[in-house]
Design a protein. Structure first.
Length: 628
């Protein structure tokens, strides 16, 4: 019986190793072993109340592993070469490229037809992928529906090299909302991970290119995983071993309030898709950015996948440039909103009496130069000059106060410096230093600076910081966008991080008297009968503001354009919100920008938690009546 057992065992081994050798050798040759880098699920981005701004959704896609097609490439090349006869080395190379493209193109068309998306493979795109990213699967189709997945599962397994993959894909549920704050992603395909592990294949991955996605990429991205996959002769997964699992990125909570952000976006967009402008809404008590909008805008979902050349040309158009965040990366002449700084300098260092009057002729003449004024002629005290934006008044007292004082007060707000909100994604603008004005400076330049023109250029975020400091009594905060991050791992493990709130950068050290006068003047600019910002009025909400309009050397369609502004805060009796609006090529700050601010304040007024009209509001109403 033992001998019989050995005979049977020997017969079986002989059958497997001799009789069936060729069969199993063929099976072995068409199996493939893959080491795969698996991207981590990216962390969500949410507003301060937990409303998703960026999240992920499952995406079924068909990919093609080109390494598995080598036997097919070789057989196709061999057959083609026999037909052509003797070839030079260069001709053999070109024939090899053509054979590879033909094989992949046929499979590409067969797969796309199978899922009812027939497409042709562009040879240039294929050659680029083959030469530069052979280790990355070639994506054939993405975002398959359930029916398409079923059709592919039924018929696609017989096609060599193809596989159905499930990947987490970035999704921005609100489309263009807060797109310049969030930023967008770029395709990233490293062959190795942070551990130095090398992979034969790599699922498509993304990294932050701009905005929050870039600044907090290390928080959101997580850690990729690695696994090995054995594919059988029918192209099914035979075995799969996970070396180390991927670790999801952390969820990030922002200071933005979706309700205010939506109001800012929609109000800015009412001027049309070609409106060039920006809006910043800030909490004056701690520097939190509640909304930031820029126009024209874009949809960050467009960057998940391929963008057509025509669409890319629109995104980088030099005139509209939708990718430009004008709130931080656009610099503009502030015009009359800089009179807030000039007013503080005159009140504190110039020794002016706010109640004394200045008789304006409706223009200012400086050494033969005539400086126009829209406020018209008449007698102006400080509040009336501020509300009607009298250029002669501020030039006269600005020259008396002195350029060094004005420059000093501007530096207290850190004009000409980064705000630190979006590192490497903002400009510091231009602002003269004390050394500049002591070296070759003349009165004409001082006159220009007194009305916010000439040697000064600012960003809307800088103006929001400035207005917030004036509103809160003199504290300059570092603006903030991120509140905290939380792990989204199922086991609850991970690091909880909180980002500091209300970090003080400096204090302007202005007197209560000067701050109070600026508040009253800004209130009259909106609530007073002669105020230029009257179109920002909201019933039941006391708003302090300042309009601005600056002539520039920039041109659109051959004509010179103006940078128009409205800088404001509310409520005046208990400041909480600062709203700064910029419109490039606007009519005026009062006409083009104040109505945008009004729509935002209407949303703010409707937020739960605001108190009813108070005694302080009644007192402010009486002040307005007295001035009128």
């Amino acid at each position: 019986m033992i001998l019989l057992g050995f005979v049977i065992l020997a017969s079986g081994l002989w059958y497997l190793q001799v009789v069936s050798f060729k069969k199993y050798e063929r099976f072995r040759e068409i199996q493939s072993f893959r080491t795969m880098r698996e991207p981590a699920i990216r962390g969500k981005v949410l507003d301060r109340n937990g409303v998703p701004l960026a999240e992920n959704h499952p995406n079924f896609e068909v990919v093609l592993h080109l390494e598995d097609l080598r036997p097919l490439f070789q057989s196709t090349f061999k057959a083609a070469r026999e037909q052509h006869g003797p070839l030079t080395r260069a001709q053999r190379g070109e024939l090899g490229k053509l054979c590879r493209y033909t094989v992949v193109s046929n499979i590409w068309y067969e797969v796309t037809s199978m899922v009812d998306r027939p497409m042709k493979l562009h040879r240039r795109n294929f050659e680029r992928h083959y030469n530069q990213k052979l280790y990355v699967p070639l994506i054939v189709v993405q975002n398959l529906s359930r029916d398409q997945v079923a059709r592919f599962a039924e018929k696609g397994s017989r096609i060599p090299g193809v596989a159905l993959e499930l990947q987490s894909l970035r999704h921005y549920p609100n489309g263009t909302l807060a797109s310049h704050v969030l930023g967008y992603l770029k395709r990233s395909d490293p062959r190795t991970d942070h551990r130095g592990q090398d992979f034969s294949y790599h699922q498509p991955d993304y990294h932050g290119a701009t905005g929050i996605e870039r600044i907090y990429d290390d928080v959101l991205r997580g850690e990729p995983g690695g696994k090995s996959i054995l594919i059988n002769n029918l192209m099914f997964r035979q075995e799969e071993h996970t070396w180390f699992p991927s670790v999801p990125g952390d969820n990030l909570y922002l200071t933005l309030d979706v309700r205010i952000q939506r109001a800012a976006d929609s109000a800015l967009a009412e001027g049309g898709e070609k409106t060039l402008g920006a809006v910043v809404v800030m909490d004056v008590t701690n520097g939190d950015v509640l909304a930031m909008a820029s126009s024209p805008t874009y949809d960050p979902n467009e960057f998940i996948g391929k963008i057509s050349q025509s669409r890319w040309n629109e995104l980088v158009d030099k005139t509209l440039n939708p990718l430009l965040n004008r709130a931080t990366y656009g610099i503009y002449a502030p015009g009359s909103i800089f009179k807030i700084v000039v007013g503080l300098a005159c009140l504190e260092d110039g020794g002016i009496d706010p109640a004394s009057t200045f008789d304006s002729l409706g223009y200012y003449r400086l050494k033969g130069r005539l400086i126009k004024d829209t406020a018209g002629p008449g007698a102006f005290d400080f509040v009336r000059a501020f509300a009607k934006s009298s250029n002669p008044y501020f030039i006269h007292y600005g020259l008396e106060t002195g350029i060094e004082s004005i420059v000093d007060w501007g530096e207290r707000f850190y004009l000409g410096h980064d705000t630190g909100l979006l590192p490497k994604q903002e400009l510091r603008g231009a602002y003269p230093s004390i050394e500049d004005v002591r070296r070759g400076w003349h009165e004409g330049e001082t006159a220009n600076l007194c009305i916010g023109q000439g040697a000064i250029a600012v960003t809307p975020i800088q103006m929001a910081v400035m207005v917030s400091a004036v509103a809160n009594g003199g504290t300059v905060y570092w603006p903030r966008l991120a509140v905290r991050s939380e792990p989204q791992r199922m086991d609850g493990k991970g690091r909880h991080r909180r980002f500091p709130q209300g970090v003080v950068r400096d204090r302007i050290n202005a007197s209560d008297r000067a701050i109070r006068m600026i508040h009253e003047a800004m209130l009259m600019d909106v609530a007073g009968r002669e105020g230029t910002g009257y179109l920002a009025r909201v019933e039941g909400l006391n708003i302090g503001g300042k309009t601005g309009s600056a002539e520039t050397s920039k041109r659109i369609d051959g004509r010179r354009i103006k940078d128009t502004w409205f800088a404001s805060f509310a409520p005046v009796e208990d400041p909480k919100y600062a709203v700064v609006v910029l419109v490039v090529d606007g009519i005026s700050g009062g006409t083009s920008c104040a109505p945008i601010a009004r729509r935002i304040y209407e949303t703010i007024k409707g937020l739960p938690g605001r108190s009813e009209r108070s005694q302080v509001e009644d007192r402010l109403a009486r002040i307005v009546e007295a001035y009128d």
